[in-house]
Design a protein around this ligand. Structure first.
Ligand SMILES: [Mg+2]
Length: 165
């Protein structure tokens, strides 16, 4: 960790999960994916998983990646349903950005921080927490447009922090 380490700076920025170069991650020694659910993998208010998501997850498994889903969602049944449907472990009520959420995911995946990547759409939850634990971070653009003022404010702050205030 150098003096310029900024825990709010994602290591990579992409539009969506389909843009991620997984062979490049593999070459870096990454073998496990910690995936945020809402607005990263599936839109926040959608319950059903589309065939392209199934295919995306199946391809990652074929490539040899281990996957763990994490969510701060207050709907644990939804999180469990998505994990079960995709055949991967899922952690509801993760309390990101607290480090224990990420330590638990690493434990489930059986890897060290430098062997994992966190992929998420929230700078102050997914990226901040994973950076603090020393996990590689990929920031994706949120899938659902924000409508309420609190989430709009959060997105505005994210842009400010990404640009270095
Ligand atoms: Mg999210």
């Amino acid at each position: 960790m150098n003096v310029w380490f900024n825990p709010l700076q994602p290591k990579q920025n992409v539009l969506n999960i389909k843009e991620i170069n997984f062979s490049q991650l593999k070459r870096r020694g990454i073998s496990a994916l910690i995936l945020d659910i809402d607005d990263t993998l599936v839109p926040r208010l959608v319950k059903d998983i589309t065939p392209d998501i199934f295919e995306w997850v199946a391809t990652r498994k074929e490539e040899g990646f281990k996957i763990c889903l994490t969510s701060n969602s207050r709907h644990p049944l939804r999180v469990k349903y998505i994990g079960d449907t995709l055949g991967v472990p899922a952690m509801p009520l993760s309390f990101k950005p607290f480090p224990f959420a990420f330590w638990r995911a690493l434990q489930i995946l059986g890897v060290k921080p430098d062997q994992a990547v966190m992929i998420g759409d929230q700078l102050f939850m997914d990226i901040l927490g994973a950076n603090l634990v020393g996990i590689h971070t990929i920031f994706v653009k949120h899938l659902t447009p924000e409508t309420n003022w609190a989430r709009k404010l959060m997105r505005w702050l994210e842009v400010k922090f990404l640009r270095g205030l």
